[in-house]
Design a protein around this ligand. Structure first.
Ligand code: ADP
Ligand code: MG
Length: 481
C-alpha cells in the first residue's frame, strides 16, 4: 500500500493536546480574519459569521497533478462550449431522460422555448469548476493520477473563501516552525479571474449604468464567498454595481423591457449570476420556472445559459466518455488523450445493453457511484444504498435518469480537520481538487477562455460525499512536492 503522507508528521513535530487547542483557536481566528467565512444566521442583520471548515495544515499534493489538471481547463471548457451549442447532440443525450426526470424536462422546455423564439443575447458567460480526485496509479505506486469527478457549469462556488486559505496555511506552518517556500505553497486567488470574467461580460453588454445580478439562496449561508467575488469586481472597476436578489424577490420585482431588457427595481441587468436554481427544490411552484424562462429570454448575459446548465449534466459527462465522442468536439490526439486519461468508467442505464453493468454493480456496489441528474451534493448513492436503490429501479424506465460511475479510490493522506462534529485529531483523509475557469462566447466564437486557480477540499477517508457548503469537507491548500 502507498505511503501515507502528512505535512505535520513528515515535516513538523506532533502537537500536544494543549498546543492543538491553541492552534485550532489561532488558525480559526486567522481564517475568520481573512474572510474564510460562512454565515450562521438566516437574517442579514445582525450578521453572525463563523469560519468555514478548514484543515489545520495544507495537504501534500504532487505538483504534476496540479499542473496537469490546470493545464486541461481550457480544453475542457472548449468541449463543454461546443456541446452547449450542439442542439442535435444535446437532444440525443438528453431525450431519454425527459420522460422520467421532470426537472431536466423543465430546463429542456425553457431551452427549446427560447431557441424557438430566437436568441436575444448572443453572448454567454460561464464560470466553471472542474472537480478531480487523485488516485494512485496502482497499489505499489507512489505516482498519482487525477480522475474527473464532474464538470460544474452552474453556481461553481468556493472561489472566494478559498482565496485566502494559502495565507491561513502559511500562518499555521509558521506557528509550528515548518519551513516552506512560495513554490511549495503558491498564491491562489480564483476570484480575481472569476471577477475579471464578470467585468469583461459586463463591458460586452455596453451599458455603463447596468448592474450584475447575483441570484442567491434563501437563507444564504455563503454570502461571504459571494462577497469575495463582488470585492474583486470592485477592485477591477468600481462603476460595476452588484445587486443580490432571491427568486421570490425577483418574482415580484423583475420585468422585461421593450427590447427584453432585464429590469429589477428600475435597474437594467447586464449579467445574471446564478448561485441558486440548480435544484428542483428551488422551484416550488410554476412561478420559479416562469421566472427562469423570462431571465433566459431576456437580453441579459446569463451565467450560465440554460444550454450550458444542461451541458453540465452527468448524462452528458457519461456520453462524452464514450469512444469517439470527444473527437467530435476537439482536435488533437494529445489533448484528447490527456482529457480521456482523466475519465473513469461511466455507464448509461438507459438501454437493454446496460443489464450487465447493473448486475455487476449489484454484486459489487462498493466499486461504483450511482448518480442522478442533480447538483449541490447529497444526491449520489454509494454502497448498500446504491444496491437497494438500483434493485428498486432496475426494471423501471426511471433507471435512465441515473448513471453509474466507477468509484475513484482516492489517494489517502493525513491531516487535521477543523469542523463541527468532528475532533481535530490527525486522521486519514482524501482530497478533491477543483479547477476554476472562465469562458465567454457567442455561438460561433470563443471570446475568452482561461483558467484561474483552484479549490482544494479534504474530507475523512470514510466519508462518501464531500460537499463543502454542506459541511462535509474542509477547505485546504496544496503543499506541492
Ligand atoms: P454534485 O453535483 O452533487 O456535487 P458530484 O458528482 O460532484 O455531485 O459528487 C459529489 C461528491 O461525491 C464528490 O464531491 C465526491 O466527494 C463524491 N464522488 C462523486 N463521484 C465519485 C466517484 N466516482 N468516486 C468517488 N467519489 C465520488
Ligand atoms: Mg460536485
Amino acid at each position: 500500500m502507498s505511503r501515507v503522507v502528512s505535512v505535520e508528521e513528515d515535516y513538523g513535530k506532533p502537537l500536544s493536546p494543549e498546543r492543538l487547542d491553541e492552534m485550532v483557536q489561532r488558525v480559526g481566528g486567522w481564517a475568520l480574519l481573512n474572510g474564510v467565512q460562512k454565515k450562521i444566521t438566516a437574517t442579514e442583520f445582525p450578521e453572525r459569521l463563523e469560519p468555514m471548515p478548514f484543515t489545520l495544515f495544507p495537504s501534500i499534493l504532487p505538483g504534476d497533478v496540479l499542473r496537469k489538471t490546470r493545464g486541461l481547463q481550457t480544453a475542457f471548457q472548449t468541449v463543454i462550449y461546443k456541446v452547449a451549442n450542439d442542439h442535435e447532440f444535446m437532444k440525443k443525450c438528453l431525450k431519454g431522460l425527459l420522460n422520467v426526470d421532470d426537472f431536466t424536462k423543465q430546463l429542456w422546455t425553457i431551452y427549446e422555448t427560447v431557441r424557438g423564439e430566437g436568441i436575444t443575447q448572443e453572448i454567454s458567460l460561464v464560470l466553471t469548476r472542474n472537480d478531480f480526485m487523485m488516485e494512485y496509479r496502482n497499489d505499489n505506486d507512489v505516482t498519482q493520477d487525477c480522475k474527473q469527478v464532474e464538470f460544474n457549469t452552474f453556481a461553481s462556488g468556493a472561489g472566494g473563501v478559498i482565496s485566502s486559505m494559502t495565507d491561513v496555511h502559511r500562518y499555521s506552518l509558521t506557528l509550528e516552525d515548518i519551513p516552506f517556500n512560495s513554490e511549495q505553497l503558491p498564491d491562489n486567488h480564483p476570484t480575481a479571474g472569476l471577477a475579471d470574467g464578470m467585468v469583461k461580460a459586463w463591458r460586452l453588454y455596453k451599458n455603463k449604468k447596468s448592474v450584475i445580478l447575483y441570484i442567491v439562496g434563501i437563507p444564504e449561508p455563503n454570502t461571504p464567498d459571494q462577497r469575495w467575488l463582488e470585492r474583486d469586481i470592485f477592485q477591477i472597476d468600481r462603476s460595476v454595481k452588484v445587486i443580490y436578489r432571491t427568486f421570490p424577490q425577483l418574482i415580484r420585482q423583475m420585468t422585461l423591457g421593450e427590447n427584453k431588457e432585464l429590469l429589477v427595481d428600475g435597474m437594467e441587468v447586464a449579467v445574471v449570476y446564478y448561485r441558486y436554481g440548480y435544484s428542483p427544490k428551488h422551484y416550488p411552484t410554476e412561478a420559479e420556472f416562469k421566472l427562469r424562462l423570462d431571465i433566459e429570454r431576456s437580453r441579459a448575459i446569463k451565467c450560465p445559459t440554460v444550454a450550458f446548465h444542461l451541458a453540465g449534466c452527468k448524462k452528458i459527462q457519461q456520453v462524452l466518455a464514450e469512444p469517439g465522442v470527444l473527437e467530435k468536439f476537439i482536435k488533437g490526439a494529445d489533448v484528447i488523450n490527456d482529457l480521456r486519461s482523466t475519465f473513469v468508467g461511466l455507464y448509461k442505464l438507459d438501454t437493454v445493453d446496460s443489464d450487465e453493468i447493473i448486475s455487476q454493480a449489484l454484486q459489487m456496489p462498493e466499486k461504483y457511484v450511482l448518480k442522478p441528474q442533480r447538483e449541490g451534493g447529497g444526491n449520489n448513492l454509494f454502497g448498500t444504498e446504491l444496491k437497494e436503490y438500483l434493485e428498486k429501479i432496475k426494471d423501471s424506465p426511471e433507471r435512465s435518469s441515473w448513471i453509474l460511475m466507477d468509484r475513484i479510490r482516492a489517494a489517502r493522506h493525513r491531516n487535521r480537520l477543523v469542523r463541527v462534529g468532528l475532533g481535530p485529531e490527525c486522521r486519514d483523509v482524501v482530497s478533491e481538487i477543483g479547477i476554476f475557469g472562465v469562458h465567454i462566447s457567442t455561438s460561433t466564437t470563443e471570446l475568452e477562455n482561461f483558467e484561474c486557480g483552484y479549490l482544494l477540499r479534504t474530507k475523512p477517508e470514510i466519508a462518501n460525499e464531500g460537499g463543502l457548503f454542506s459541511g462535509h469537507s474542509c477547505l485546504d491548500s496544496p503543499f506541492l512536492v
